[in-house]
Each structure stands twice: as structure tokens, then as C-alpha cells.
Design a protein around this ligand. Sequence first.
Ligand code: CMC
Length: 464
Amino acid sequence: MRRPDPPFAHRYGTWPALALGRVSIGGSKMAEPTKTATLSLDGKSYDLPVYSPTLGPDVVDIRKLYDQADVFTFDPGFTSTAACESAITFIDGDKGELLYRGYPIEDLANNCDFLEVCFLLINGDLPNATEKKDFENMVMHHTMVHEQMQFFLRGFRRDAHPMSVLTGLVGAMAAFYHDEIDYSEPHAREVAQIRLIAKMPTLVAMAYKYSVGQPFIYPDNSLSYTANFMRMMFATPCEEYKVNPVLVRALDRIFTLHADHEQNASTSTVRLCGSSGTNPFAAISAGIACLWGPAHGGANEACLQMLNEIQANGGVDKIHEFIAQVKDKNSSVRLMGFGHRVYKNFDPRAKLMRETCYEVLSELGLQDDPLFKLAMTLEKIALEDEYFVSRKLYPNVDFYSGIVQRALGIPTEMFTCIFALARTVGWIAQWEEMITDPEYKIGRPRQLYVGETTRKVPNISVRK
Ligand code: CMC
């Protein structure tokens, strides 16, 4: 018989209620339509309600279209499809604007720490001083993972990519934390959310320590969230670890800048996976798997590899040759860290990351680091080049975040794990919003079928 772990009762009694529901999150009723769009098809016309969002373009509601007109719509990359109603994050790509719950990313990055941003994303507004303290206390007292998780981790090969290990570890949390299993209960969801935010740094650091053959470092709950993560990553039992506040602030900012980004591929994956009613650990694990791809979270790793390659092939003197290759229509080489699907003016996260990059390199006395010099020269040349200017290609957050992470001592193959750690809060906020949405349904896209029409199975003796 399964014996449920009593993980928290002994320390805190019951879990104190978080401020979920302090402002209206999820659970909101869809606004009334503001206009009507008309679709004409085969001599008939159909009225479609149009909703006006608080920000962004109007949305045509096609939910009844199939019932009424017997047609589907076709939008494979979701380029014109709003898949859900959301009140969490807003991006205006033309203006270079990113808002979490209405607050500009610049304000948040300059005035709040990552745990305040986590509280904001989950609860809908920033914490006051008491809420901040309670939230920090709650998160920092759930940083430790079940001791048996390390034996599970030891089953992986040491040379496995840390993202494959992380996908497995987070999925396995469902096996280790099954005391709350009815996720229609708000309390169960709160517990899972705090567990994910609190334990993700521990799991990422464990995946790293395992890959380099060093002992795991247990969390130190007296430190801040980010300082504790850095200690778990870089301390060894042999020496005292000294926290450097400039570096902690830099990593904390990386977390803030990556915390959420609207309905991107991994977030949509978490929503789709979670829409079946599966447990949140499984849904977040699916998000991590999606994030791993080079077109998504893997881009900062690819950017640093590109810089290393240019450096190895001649450095600054070879930049013009490299840029010519990027501009050549017959080559598939891209300037990694440049361009964005949504931001066509500038990536607001890139501006902040650039600032942090200078701060960190100056703190570490690395301003003359050849790779940094190379990146800055490459940036200058590309920003003045007609090819990039005319296509509105600007540096994105990944152009600088790889350089910062490298300076902090984070190995390249861990970059996407850092991204996953930061994005976990966005994923769970979006998952919570979906579960509490009265319009919520299991995600089930339709298709434009182009296969065979109905045919009979021929006897095996006559098959070609
Ligand atoms: N280097 C060279 N040319 C580029 C680049 C680039 N990085 N990005 C776009 N272009 C060109 C592209 O060749 C095309 O030119 P043309 O019109 O002559 O055919 C034009 O710009 C438009 O490109 P696109 O592929 O239609 O643009 P997109 O919006 O679909 O692509 C992107 C966005 C991010 C995939 C792309 O810019 C890219 O591959 N960038 C490099 C990878 C990278 O840094 N990714 C990180 C994105 S930020 C992470 C995040 O937010 O999660």
C-alpha cells in the first residue's frame, strides 16, 4: 500500500493559503463581443463575434464555425490564432514592449527580485512587504528534494545532456510528490506550484553536479533564492562559498527576463499537455522538452557556439567574412542572437541583458575578454549593416545572456536548464490560468486531411 509522505505538516501544519485569487486571475468571464465579422462561403454568410482585448489586436471568435458552416480554419504555426484568453503577459513586438501583469519588464528588472516576479505572475499583482516575506519563507523552506531523487538521478549516464536529465527529473516529481493528486483542488495546485518554484534550482544544480562528478550541495535556506542556486551550483564541501551580490543580481535578472513570454511553443505545450487534466509535473516536463529545441530555448547555447567558432577561426578579423556568409542566400548560416519572430523593433530584454553584461564583465575584470570583444564588434557591424537594418534584425536577449552566463561560470550545455528554471513560474501561472478558466476544454486541434480516401484492405497475397 502506498504510504503518503507527510512532507510539510510536521513543519508548517497545513500549507498556509497563498494569495491566489487576490486579483481576478483565470476564472474571468469572457468579455462581450464588440463587433461582428462576416464570413461569406458558398453563397451563405456567417456572423462571427469579435472581441476587443485590453491590449493587442481584435480577435475573431470561430468556435461555432464548424457547427454552423461545416468548415475548419487552417493555421499550422498559430501565426494568426489566439489559442486562449490570458491576463498574464503581453508583448507588443513593434513597440518592443513586454509586460508581466501590466508592469513593463524594465520596471520589474530594475525594481524587483525574481521571487517578487514569481509572486506577481502567480497571484496577479506584486506582493506587499508582508506577502513578500511570507512567500520567500514558503519557497525557501521547500527547496530540498526527496532524498531518493538523488538515487533516481544516479541512474542517468554522467555524460547525458542536462536537459534530458531535467526533463526526467521534473516528470519524476509526480512519483515523489503524490500526496496531493486532485488538481481540481486549488490547494493541491498551490502546493505543486510552490514545490516547482522551490525545487527547480535544486534539481538543476544536482543535474550539473552529477555531470561534473562533484557532490550535491544541499540548499541553504538562509540565502536568497538566486544566491542559494549559485551556491548549489558552484560550492564544494571543501571550501567556503562567498556570495557575490553583483553576480547574484545578474543571474536574478536573467531569471526575471525569462520568467514568461506569452503563448510561446513551450508554454503552449504545457497548456496542451495540462489540458488533459494530467498532473502539473508531467505538464512542466513536457514544456522543458519543448524548450530544449534550438529554435526556442536552445538559441543562447547556439549563439555562444557561434562566437566560439568565429574566435577559433580568426576572431575579430574574420567577422566580415562571417557576415558575408550570413547574408549569402545560398548559405544556411544565421547570425545567432539576432532577429525575433515577435520583436521587430528591439527586444526589451536584450537592452537589459546588455547592461547586465557590462556590469558582470566589469565586476570580474573581463572587459578585455576576447569573446566579449568579438561579440561587441559583431554587434556593431551587424547593427550598421543594411541587410540587418532593412529586415529589422536586432540583437535578442540570447545574444548577451550567453556571454553573461559564461562569465558567471555556467557551462554552455546548462544554459537551457537555466532558462527552464526561470520559465517554470510562467508555465505554472499559465497552467493555473487554464485550469481555472470556465471556458477551459481539452486541447484538440483539427486538421486538413490530405491522405488516402476510404479503401479496402487487400488480401496479403495480392499486395504489391
Ligand atoms: N541572421 C541572418 N538573417 C536572418 C536572421 C539571422 N539571425 N534572422 C532572420 N533573418 C533573415 C531571413 O533570412 C529572412 O531574410 P529574407 O527576407 O531575405 O529571406 C528575414 O530575415 C526574415 O526571416 P524569418 O526567418 O522569416 O524571420 P522569423 O521571424 O521567422 O525568424 C528567428 C525569427 C528568431 C527564428 C530568426 O530571426 C533567427 O533564426 N534568429 C537566430 C536564432 C535566434 O537568435 N533565436 C533566438 C530568438 S529569442 C529567444 C526567445 O524569445 O525565446
